[in-house]
Design a protein around this ligand. Sequence first.
Ligand code: MG
Length: 157
Amino acid sequence: MSVSTGIGWDSHRLAEGRPLILGGVTVEHDRGLDGHSDADVLTHAVIDALLGAAGLGDIGEHFPDTDQAYAGADSISLLRDVVALLGNREVLHVDTTLLMERPKLKPYKDTIRETLAGALGVTVDRVNIKASTGEGIGFVGREEGVAALAVATLSRP
Ligand code: MG
């Protein structure tokens, strides 16, 4: 068996009149993330971590933001597409950190974990969600945007 890891990073701008979708879950907030798809920054980071671990490039190569097919795309369904590309690789673990000043993620963490685990086809104990604020500094702290990091570990027979 061989084991590989991949990292993922993404950031999106906060904008008025957009829903805030994180890990496939709509989070109550006065603004949301702007982007070509649903701008689900957390799911995008997970997708890139999986692609990295599998040596399959990055999210922009698979789902170009110049392609109208992905306008407003549901990122959880893109994640399912990526899981299908993994073939005989098994998702051992996915760890994530969301960098967001507001709102508090705690009420949503369990649902996000379940949603991501469902799309990954694994049990919730293989997925972890962490959140961190920007302490008032940088683009996260000034609430200009939200960022996410992910690490995926895959095994292959
Ligand atoms: Mg993105």
